[in-house]
Design a protein around this ligand. Structure first.
Ligand SMILES: *Cc1c(COP(=O)(O)O)cnc(C)c1O
Length: 376
């Protein structure tokens, strides 16, 4: 009996993507093992954060690293770090930050549902440009007194109107303002763990532990310069300061370190080829299901270089549209989660599925499709 079945909660076969609402990712047994081991003993959390940070920094070719309780939490801590510079007197004045520089510059093209994290940190967003274009003088004009940082969001799925990161870093650093990169879901490619910071000069980049890293769902990773990470860390748990509310446990620290080790050791090319294989197989199998047509789509909804399949639903032939078919899949046990495209289509992805789930997914979709046409 699983814990979920004990509560009468159905498991989800997740063919949609890494979504917090549906449990983030699942962890390899090595990650679970390291969390179990960490859970069994007391430890000095300052010492653990220091050692884990050093290990993560070495693995990701960065000066420093810090484990947080998620990527949104990492944004809060990074903004707090930029505003307070780690000074305990400044930290004690947050989140009001009266008379302090609390502005965080963001491109309009980079406004995302996660950016309230800036306000949670006592920051206020200074928005520049529009979804289609931003001029360098607009950024330069915004980098004035009262601004603590620039938050730059990475991902090919975003509107294309932002200045590139190199230009953003050059202009910001010329005015002494640090740049934070939200790269929550920008893995693969694995070298993004150092690309934004070491290659392109951002002061910090933040990632979700509960997406492609396959770490604990409530973990995040901040990498960057020693000075920036120190300032962020000074705001967080185990200190009794504002971001104590974003406490990360010893178990998450252990799990994330192990997850990043495994992630960097995995054969990324072989895995990419494996995903392509599943996508071709699915496309071929779906061509045998009356009422459904399928084609490969790329990249995915989070802008990751991961292939997926767009399934088009012929509602005249089947009698239900894509939304109704998705609702039927969701009512199965286990639930089957696919990603909405529009009223006529949905997406399925291989990268969040176990081998056995990927192997039987099309059968389950075919079954639900036949049931829907039969019920007509
Ligand atoms: C998922 C995501 C976040 C939030 O990450 P959590 O680890 O769930 O806190 C922030 N920014 C972007 C762009 C994301 O995709």
């Amino acid at each position: 009996m699983t814990f979920y079945s004990r509560l009468g909660v159905r498991q989800v076969v997740n063919a949609a993507g890494y979504l917090t609402e549906f449990g983030g990712c699942v962890m390899p047994f090595e990650v679970i093992d390291s969390m179990k081991s960490a859970a069994a003993a007391h430890v000095d959390m300052h010492e653990l954060h220091g050692a884990a940070g050093a290990r993560l920094a070495a693995m990701t070719k960065n000066d420093a690293a810090y484990v947080t309780s998620g990527c949104a939490a990492a944004i809060v801590l990074a903004v707090l770090g930029a505003i307070t510079k780690g000074d305990p007197r400044a930290i004690s004045r947050m989140p009001e930050g009266k008379d302090m520089a609390t502005g965080v510059v963001m491109h309009t093209a980079h406004r995302i549902p996660y950016d309230p994290a800036v306000r949670l940190a006592g920051g206020h967003i200074v928005q520049i440009g529009n979804t289609q274009q931003t001029f360098d003088w607009e950024l330069d004009a915004a980098l004035r007194e009262g601004v603590a940082a620039v938050l730059w969001v990475a991902g090919s799925h975003l509107a294309q109107g932002a200045l590139d990161l190199s230009t953003t870093v050059r202009l910001s650093h010329a005015r002494g303002i640090p740049v934070i990169v939200d790269a929550a879901a920008q893995l693969p490619p694995h070298n993004n763990l150092w690309h934004f910071t070491r290659d392109l000069g951002a002061d910090a980049a933040v990632f979700s532990g509960g997406k492609e890293l396959h770490g604990p769902q409530a973990s995040g990773l901040m990498v960057g310069t020693g000075e920036f990470i120190e300032a962020a860390r000074a705001n967080g748990s185990p200190h009794q300061r504002l971001a104590r509310a974003l406490k990360v446990g010893k178990e998450e620290v252990a799990g994330l370190v192990t997850a990043v080790e495994l992630f960097l050791r995995r054969d990324h090319d072989a895995l990419a080829a494996h995903w392509e294989e599943i996508v071709s197989k699915w496309t071929a199998e779906l061509s045998g299901v009356p009422g459904l047509t399928a084609e490969r789509a790329y990249p995915n909804a989070a802008g990751q270089p991961v292939p997926r399949v767009r399934v088009k639903v012929d509602s005249v032939l089947i009698g239900v549209n894509s939304d109704e078919l998705r609702a039927r899949l969701w009512e199965e046990d286990p639930r089957i989660l696919v990603l909405r495209g529009d009223a006529d289509s949905f997406f399925i992805t291989p990268h969040t599925l176990a081998e056995s789930e990927a192997a039987s997914l099309i059968d389950r979709i075919a079954y639900a499709t036949r049931a829907a046409s039969g019920a007509r």
